[in-house]
Design a binder for this molecule. Structure first.
Ligand code: MF3
Ligand code: CO
Length: 264
């Protein structure tokens, strides 16, 4: 693996492994999405993830990472990211963000989606839609020669034009043999230049969008991030390779590219 400004440049074999890892993650998210119904505990999603990891013979990437105790993050309503799966039963109208990673042949797959529980409010639906759309707006900028910060600038402009806000505290990241590699991929525009994207880089782009303030607090459990004002948040994430043909989304399931809330 070559390095460019601290970021790893992956060869075709490495990108093939990352594709496979992310295919598994996307399949797991599909299965979890099928299980999102009123009355289900979020712990059920953890079971699905662990069972599928076992059948794929891969390790979950989050379990044990910096002491994180689960294979999934399940964040409900005002929880932004890093929520623990729990016996809490989802209710009609809730939204739940599920983040999942696996390690396949030493390479990490990482993706997330927010799911509606039954029928959700128009505002919650709009929040999910704007967040998911902002992910694709960001992906569009994931091209060789672009400043990595062009991604966040585009995400932020899109989200704010829709009347919502982007979280600053957590950012996307390079991803490869480690879950978090250089560069950081903010979802906002920092006031400086960033790294220039090169073919062979792989990044996880993961906008977290809030209806109200973008400020978050961390709960007593040291992990769960919640909005400071209690308004709801959504989170969508894809792992994306920078290629000669433009951005290549790696986290596509066997069903195809998932589009939760947006028309294809
Ligand atoms: N998608 C998240 C990230 O890239 C998942 C990390 S959760 C952790 O940071 F528990 F593993 F930290
Ligand atoms: Co990530």
């Amino acid at each position: 693996m070559k390095k460019y400004q601290g970021a790893f440049i992956k060869n075709d074999r490495e990108i093939a492994c990352l594709r496979e890892a992310n295919r598994m993650v996307a399949n797991i998210l599909d299965a979890i999405g099928d299980a999102v119904v009123p009355g289900v505990p979020t712990m059920r999603f953890e079971e699905i993830a662990r069972d599928m990891c076992a059948s794929y013979k891969v390790k979950p990437a989050f379990l044990g990472y910096c002491g994180y105790p689960y294979a999934t993050c399940c964040s409900v309503n005002e929880q932004v990211v890093h929520g623990f799966p729990s016996p809490r039963l989802l209710e009609e109208g809730d939204i739940v963000s599920v983040d999942m990673g696996v390690v396949y042949e030493g390479f990490v797959g990482d993706a997330a989606r927010t799911f509606p529980v039954g029928q959700v409010s128009p505002e919650a639906h709009r929040l999910m839609q704007v967040t998911e759309e902002s992910l694709y707006v960001g992906i569009e900028q994931a091209r060789a020669g672009n400043d990595v910060y062009a991604i966040g600038a585009a995400v932020q402009a899109y989200v704010e034009a829709a009347g919502f806000n982007v979280v600053r505290r957590f950012v996307g990241h390079g991803v490869g043999a480690k879950m978090h590699e250089k560069p950081e991929v903010p979802n906002f525009k920092p006031g400086m230049r960033g790294l220039t994207l090169q073919n062979g880089m792989v990044i996880a782009i993961e906008p977290m969008v809030t209806i109200g303030t973008y400020e978050v607090d961390i709960l007593e459990d040291k992990w769960t991030a919640v909005t400071r004002d209690g308004k709801w948040a959504a989170h969508f994430e894809h792992s994306v390779a920078i290629t000669h043909d433009g951005p290549r989304i790696l986290s596509i399931s066997d069903r195809g590219l998932n589009r939760q809330t947006i028309g294809s």
